[in-house]
Design a protein around this ligand. Structure first.
Ligand code: GCV
Length: 930
C-alpha cells in the first residue's frame, strides 16, 4: 500500500497540524480499500469524549478518503467502523470479549475486526470513552501510515500509568528553556479559553498522554492562589474530555508567600500543614480530578525541607497527606545538586537514605542522567536505586542542551538507550523501562514525564522537525518497546506523507542526528561543555572546566570509588564494576568516570586526543550531510516547510562549525599534540579584542595556532563591514606552535554590533574563521557622556565613567539613579560586557542632556542568561524596547534626546515585562550628526 512519490510539489503548510495531518490518499485503489472498510461510522456511547471521538473519525476519514464517512445508527452494511464504550456497545461486545477489554484496562483500548449479524465491522472499544478516543487516533494512524485495517486484533494497554508532559511555563508567558515562542497558556486571558487549547489536548490525546503540569517547576506561588483557581479550572475542563489531567508545580514555601500570618514553609509547622490541607480541599472542590502537585524543593534557589532541618521524605509526605484524601499525587523531583565537584553525588546522598520513607501517593521524579539533560550522560543510579519508593523518569523533550530549536537532534535513540539500560538493581534484566513501568519493584504509581517543547510558534515546536521528539516521547511513554526506527518512520509519514523516498531519507536523518550532534558537541561523556549558567547552546570549555576537569595534564573527571568521587559505586554491583574499571568502562562514557592521559587508547585504536579531533571534524561533515539530505527533499515537501527547515539547517551547520572549532582548538591549545587524520591552523579573537572603540584605530590581538608539522608563515586578515578599515597582521609559527599577531581595525564612531571574521591566508584549513560579533562602542573622548554600567568595583572600559547602583543622581555629575538604586551583576569577561545594572522593578536613570539634539544609545544583554525586553520610557512614552536576547548576545538601543536651547534633564525609566529583569550594560550620548 505505497503511494507513488510526489509528482507535484504539495501545497504549503505551516506545521500547525503536527502529525495529525489527514491528506487525501492519492492512490485511488488504496483509498477504495480503506473506504470499503471504514466508510460508515457507528459511534455508540455517551459523553463529550464520545462526541470528540466521532468528530475525530469524521475529520480524519474525510481528509484521508476524500469524502465524509456516512454516520449510521446500526452496523447494517459491510465496512462499518464501530467506536463504542464496551459496556454501552452491543456491537463492540459482539466482536471483543470481556477478557480482551479488561486486558486493555481503563486507559487502553482494543482494535478488532469481526462480523456482527453477518456484517464485517472494524471495532474500536474500551472500558472508557477516553480509551475509545485514543483508539480512534490509533486507527487513523494506521490509515495515515497505510497499514492494513483488516484482520485487526490488537489489545493496547499503556506500559506506564503516568504519561505526563511538564511545562516549564511562567506566569508572564516566558518559558524556561523554551525555543518555540511564548507559553501556550495565556494566563492573563484565562479563564477565557481559546481553540488552541483543544488542539493541544488533541495532540496529547493522540499519543496517549494522560497528565500535564501547567507551570514551571521554578514555581510562582501565584499559581496556587485562590484568585488563580478559575484559570486552572478552565484548562482542566478543556483537557478532561481528552483524558489529560492537570497538575500544578507548587512552590514549597507557598503558605508563607500567600498567607502573611504564616512565617515560613516548615513542614513541621501545623499552620503550614493546615494551609496545604485547606489548599488541596479548595482545589479539589473545583477540580475533582485534579492530578496533584509537582515540587522542586531544595534545588537551585527553590526552598525545601532541608532548610527546616527536615528530610525530603518528611517534606514530600507533608504535602502528599493533603492530597491523599482526594486521590492526588505528590510528584517530588530528585534534581538537587551543589557545586560542580559533588554535583553527580548530591541527589543520591540526599535521596538514597530516604528510600522506603515516602508515602504511597508520592512519586519521586528522576532525570535520566545524574547531571542534567546533557547530550550524553550515564543513566541516573536513582533509577533502580529506590526500590522502596515510587519513581518516575523525567526526560527533556525541549532541547536545552541539544541544540534548542536550531539543531535537528532526534532524541528517541537517546531515550531508548536509557529505557533499555539494565540497572541490575533486582538482578540481571532490571531494565529502566520496567522500573519506571513499576513492574520491577511493584511501584503503585510510576511512569514517564517529558519537559515539553510546545510554544506559541505556529508549528508548536519552532523547528518543524522538533515535533518528532514530542511524538516520540508520547509514544514511548505508552509503549517503550517501540523502536526508534518505527517511531521515526511513523512520525515522518504522518507529518510529511507516505512518499517512500522522503520516508527513507528523512527517517535516516532523524536516526543519525543525535550521534551527529554528539560528534560535534561532545567529548566521551564529559557532560557540561557549555557555560553552566548560560543558555546551554554555545560551547564554553573554559567556563565549564570545573565540570569536565580536562586540563593540560589529562582529560576527564575521576568518579571511581578507588581514587575519585565514588559516584561509580552507586550502581548495582555489575554495573558499578563496569564503570569503575578503565578496561570495561564504555568509551562513550570514559571521561565521565575516568581521568586519563590524552594518549590513552580507545577501543577503536585511536588515542583520546586523536578521537577528540577526528570525531569533531566528522561531526561537522555529518551535519553538512544532514543539510544536504534535506536539500535533496526539495519538491517532495511543500515549499514553505522545506524552506523554513532549510534555514535551520544552514544555522545548524554554522553552529556545528563553531562547536568543532571551539573544542578542537581548546584541546590543541591545552595539549599541543598533533594526532588523528586532520591538520589545521586555528585563529581566535580573545574576548577583550571583541570590543572595539568606534571612530579610532584599534590594535586587535589575534591568537593563532599551527596544528601542522611544518612552519607556517602567512598574513592574518580581517574581513570587516563596509565603512570600516582593516590592516592585516602576519604570523610565522613553527610546527605545533601557538602565537599571536596584531591587526588594525577602525570602525565608524557609532555604536554597533557588527560581524567580522579573522582568518589566515593559507591553503590549510583554518578553524575559528567563522564570522563573529564584535561590539563597537564610541571612544569616550568623542562622547558627550559614556557610562559603563555595572558593579562598584569591576574594570571600566577606557575613558568610560562608572554607573553602579551607588551612583545616585548628582546634578554636578550630570547622571545617576534618581529614585532608588537598581541591582548589579558581574559575569566576568571583557570590561564592557562583563557587568551591568538590572532589576525587576522599574528604575529611573536621570541624564543631563546639553543643548541641542543628541543620539542616545543603550547597550543591553547578559553574558550568561538570556534577556527579556528592556524598555525605555520617558514621561510615559516608550522610546525603545529590545527584543528578547539569547545569552551572550548584546544589542544597542537607540533613541533621540533633545536638550533644546538650554539643555534639560531626562528621566529614563527602565523596565521589562512583569517579573523579568531589565539590563543596562552601557549608555552613550553623542551629539546628533557626529
Ligand atoms: C527548571 C537545569 C535547567 C533549569 C531547570 C533545572 C530543573 O538546571 O538549566 O532551567 O529549571 O534544570 O530541572 O529544575
Amino acid at each position: 500500500m505505497m503511494a507513488a512519490s510526489a509528482a507535484v510539489v504539495p501545497a504549503d503548510e505551516d506545521g500547525y497540524e503536527l502529525w495529525l495531518r489527514y491528506r487525501l490518499i492519492e492512490d485511488a485503489g488504496v483509498r477504495g480499500t480503506y473506504a470499503g472498510a471504514l466508510g460508515r461510522v457507528f459511534v455508540q456511547g455517551a459523553g463529550t469524549s464520545m462526541v470528540l471521538t466521532a468528530f475525530e473519525l469524521v475529520r480524519g476519514l474525510t481528509g484521508l478518503l476524500g469524502a465524509a464517512p456516512v454516520l449510521v445508527s446500526a452496523p447494517t452494511a459491510p465496512g462499518t467502523l464501530v467506536a463504542g464504550v464496551w459496556a454501552e456497545s452491543a456491537t463492540a461486545r459482539g466482536v471483543v470479549t470481556a477478557a480482551q477489554v479488561e486486558m486493555a484496562g481503563p486507559e487502553g483500548y482494543v482494535l478488532a475486526s469481526g462480523v456482527v449479524s453477518g456484517v464485517p465491522c472494524t471495532v474500536v472499544t474500551s472500558l472508557t470513552a477516553v480509551g475509545v478516543l485514543r483508539g480512534a487516533f490509533h486507527l487513523l494512524r494506521l490509515v495515515q501510515t497505510r497499514k492494513p485495517v483488516s484482520g485487526l486484533s490488537s489489545v493496547q494497554r499503556p506500559a506506564n500509568r503516568l504519561r505526563m508532559v511538564n511545562h516549564w511555563d511562567n506566569l508572564n508567558r516566558t518559558v524556561e528553556r523554551g525555543y518555540a515562542g511564548s507559553s501556550i497558556f495565556d494566563w492573563a486571558r484565562l479563564p477565557q479559553t481559546e481553540s488552541r487549547y483543544g488542539d493541544y489536548a488533541r495532540a496529547l490525546a493522540s499519543l496517549g498522554i494522560n497528565g500535564t503540569v501547567l507551570n514551571n517547576v521554578n514555581a510562582s506561588p501565584t499559581f496556587l492562589s485562590t484568585a488563580f483557581l478559575p484559570k486552572v479550572v478552565a484548562l482542566a475542563d478543556a483537557l478532561r474530555p481528552y483524558g489529560v489531567k492537570v497538575y500544578l508545580s507548587a512552590y514549597f514555601d507557598s503558605p508563607a508567600a500567600l498567607d502573611p500570618a504564616i512565617p515560613n514553609g516548615d513542614p513541621g509547622n501545623p499552620a503550614v500543614q493546615n494551609w496545604w490541607r485547606v489548599k488541596a480541599n479548595e482545589i479539589y472542590a473545583a477540580i475533582p480530578d485534579f492530578g496533584g502537585w509537582l515540587v522542586k524543593a531544595g534545588s537551585e534557589g527553590q526552598p525545601g525541607p532541608i532548610q527546616y532541618g527536615k528530610t525530603h521524605a518528611e517534606g514530600a509526605n507533608m504535602l502528599a497527606r493533603s492530597l491523599a484524601p482526594h486521590g492526588g499525587l505528590l510528584i517530588y523531583r530528585a534534581f538537587v545538586h551543589g557545586g560542580p565537584s559533588t554535583w553527580t553525588e548530591d541527589a543520591w546522598r540526599e535521596f538514597k537514605p530516604q528510600d522506603g520513607k515516602f508515602d504511597a501517593n508520592v512519586v519521586v521524579q528522576v532525570k535520566n542522567g545524574p547531571m542534567d539533560f546533557n547530550p550524553r550522560e550515564p543513566v541516573n543510579p536513582l533509577l533502580g536505586g529506590l526500590p522502596g519508593t515510587n519513581s518516575m523518569l523525567e526526560l527533556q523533550v525541549t532541547q536545552e542542551y541539544t541544540g534548542h530549536s536550531t539543531h535537528l537532534c532526534y532524541l528517541v535513540p537517546q531515550w531508548k538507550e536509557v529505557l533499555d539500560f539494565d540497572t541490575h538493581a533486582a538482578g540481571a534484566g532490571s531494565f529502566v523501562r520496567d522500573i519506571v513501568a513499576g513492574t520491577t519493584f511493584g511501584y503503585s504509581r510510576s511512569g514517564l514525564a517529558g519537559v515539553v517543547n510546545f510554544g506559541t510558534d505556529r508549528n508548536w515546536t519552532g523547528h518543524h522537525l522538533a515535533a518528532a521528539n514530542t511524538h516520540g516521547f508520547g509514544r514511548l511513554a505508552w509503549n517503550p518497546a517501540l523502536s526508534a526506527q518505527e517511531l521515526a518512520d511513523e512520525w515522518v509519514t504522518m507529518t510529511f506523507g507516505p512518499d517512500p523516498q522522503l520516508r527513507t531519507v528523512l527517517t535516516s536523518m532523524l536516526l543519525r542526528s543525535w550521534q551527529t550532534y554528539l560528534d560535534y558537541t561532545e567529548v566521551l561523556g564529559q557532560g557540561y561543555l557549555v557555560h553552566p549558567l548560560g543558555d546551554h547552546f554555545e560551547p564554553d570549555m573554559a567556563q565549564s572546566q570545573g565540570w569536565h576537569r580536562s586540563d593540560g595534564s589529562g582529560a576527564g573527571f575521576d568518579r571511581t570509588r578507588a581514587t575519585g568521587s565514588g559516584y561509580a559505586g552507586f550502581y548495582a554491583a555489575p554495573v558499578a564494576q563496569t564503570f569503575e574499571s578503565l578496561a570495561s568502562c564504555p568509551d562513550e562514557l570514559l571521561l565521565f568516570f575516568h581521568r586519563v592521559p590524552y594518549t590513552h587508547r580507545l577501543r577503536s585504536g585511536a588515542s583520546v586526543i586523536g578521537h577528540i579531533y577526528d570525531s569533531h571534524f566528522a561531526g561537522l561533515a555529518a551535519a553538512i550531510g544532514l543539510r544536504d539530505s534535506w536539500r535533496s527533499l526539495a519538491g517532495r515537501i511543500d515549499a514553505r516547510r522545506h524552506a523554513e527547515v532549510a534555514q535551520r539547517f544552514d544555522q545548524q551547520v554554522l553552529w556545528a562549525t563553531v562547536w568543532r572549532d571551539h573544542i578542537v582548538s581548546y584541546y590543541f591549545k591545552l595539549t599541543r599534540l598533533l594526532a588523528g587524520a586532520q591538520r589545521w591552523l586555528q585563529v581566535e579573537l580573545p574576548a577583550a579584542s571583541t570590543v572595539l572603540l568606534g571612530g579610532q584605530a584599534n590594535q586587535v590581538t589575534v591568537s593563532v595556532g599551527n596544528a601542522t608539522s611544518n612552519t607556517v608563515t602567512a598574513p592574518v586578515t580581517v574581513t570587516v563591514p563596509g565603512g570600516w578599515t582593516a590592516l592585516p597582521g602576519q604570523i610565522s609559527l613553527g610546527p605545533g606552535a601557538l602565537g599571536s599577531t596584531m591587526v588594525q581595525v577602525t570602525p565608524p564612531l557609532r555604536p554597533a554590533a557588527a560581524q567580522v571574521s579573522v582568518t589566515v591566508s593559507s591553503t590549510l584549513q583554518v578553524l575559528g574563521a567563522t564570522p563573529q560579533t564584535v561590539m563597537v562602542t564610541p571612544a569616550a573622548s568623542r562622547c558627550v557622556l559614556a557610562l559603563d554600567a555595572g558593579t562598584d568595583s569591576s574594570a571600566l572600559l577606557t575613558g568610560y565613567a562608572r554607573l553602579s547602583p551607588a551612583t545616585a543622581w548628582d546634578a554636578a555629575r550630570g547622571f545617576g539613579w534618581s529614585a532608588g538604586a537598581p541591582q548589579s551583576r558581574d559575569r566576568g569577561g571583557d570590561a564592557l560586557r562583563r557587568d551591568f545594572c538590572n532589576d525587576t522593578t522599574r528604575r529611573v536613570l536621570r541624564i543631563a542632556v546639553p543643548a541641542g539634539l543628541h543620539n542616545a544609545y543603550l547597550l543591553v544583554g547578559d553574558r550568561t542568561v538570556r534577556c527579556l525586553p528592556t524598555i525605555v520610557t520617558v514621561n510615559g512614552a516608550e522610546l525603545a524596547r529590545s527584543q528578547p536576547l539569547a545569552a551572550n548576545v548584546f544589542a544597542w538601543l537607540q533613541f533621540n534626546l533633545d536638550g533644546g536651547a538650554a539643555g534639560r534633564t531626562f528621566d529614563l525609566q527602565l523596565s521589562s515585562i512583569p517579573n523579568e529583569h531589565w539590563h543596562l550594560v552601557a549608555f552613550v550620548l553623542l551629539r546628533a550628526g557626529v
